[in-house]
Ligand binder design. Structure first.
Ligand code: IMP
Ligand code: MG
Length: 174
């Protein structure tokens, strides 16, 4: 409980960038509606802030995933803890994530969700740590901020389930 948080991206900057990305998405999907898939729990703050700023019709669904098994070597297999409520068939799907790190979670998720025949599927993330990418085939369509390889919290991101509610992005310092 001795860690301190250094502000990396202040609240105003996060909100301003979300507004920009929302405007871009609204333009790209003009004349269509969009089905947002929030990846719990980390994606929930970003999903709400993004959804409020979209000017096209929006529907929402939620999915919760966790890395499968223990140990330090990730198999790249992800366990679905809570699946979506609604089918994706014919929908313009946008997956909303807090952060893309190795890309393993999203590489796996994209595989399963594509099998549900959406009209289209794209990826939107609040943060991207490209230096950490293992799954190079994961391409992100909308990124708010590219950050260095540091462990960050806030705006949905946690350290041991703490700090998700911080309204800015911070770096944990011991
Ligand atoms: P990936 O499969 O390695 O891309 O895993 C991404 C997941 O790891 C995110 O959804 C977060 O839950 C978690 N994660 C990765 N980096 C961070 C970080 O800096 N802070 C908090 N959680 C992180
Ligand atoms: Mg997450």
């Amino acid at each position: 409980m001795a860690e301190t948080i250094r502000i990396l991206i202040p609240e105003e900057e996060v909100n301003r960038r979300i507004s920009e990305i929302a405007a871009q998405i609204s333009r790209d999907y003009e004349g269509k509606s969009i089905h947002l898939i929030c990846i719990l729990k980390g994606g929930v703050f970003f999903t709400c802030e993004l959804a409020k700023r979209l000017t096209i019709p929006v529907s929402l669904d939620f999915m919760s995933v966790s890395s499968y098994g223990g140990g330090t070597v990730s198999s790249g297999v992800v366990k679905i803890v809570k699946d979506l409520d609604d089918p994706l068939e014919g929908k313009e799907v946008l997956i909303v994530e807090d952060i893309i790190d190795s890309g393993r979670t999203l590489a796996y998720l994209l595989e399963i969700l594509k099998q549900r025949h959406p009209a289209g599927i794209r990826l939107c993330t609040l943060l991207d740590k490209p230096e950490r990418r293992v799954k190079k085939q994961v391409t992100v369509d909308y990124t708010c901020f590219t950050i260095p390889d540091e462990f960050v919290v806030g705006y949905g991101l946690d350290y041991d389930q703490k700090y998700r509610n911080l309204p800015y992005i911070g770096v944990v310092e011991q």
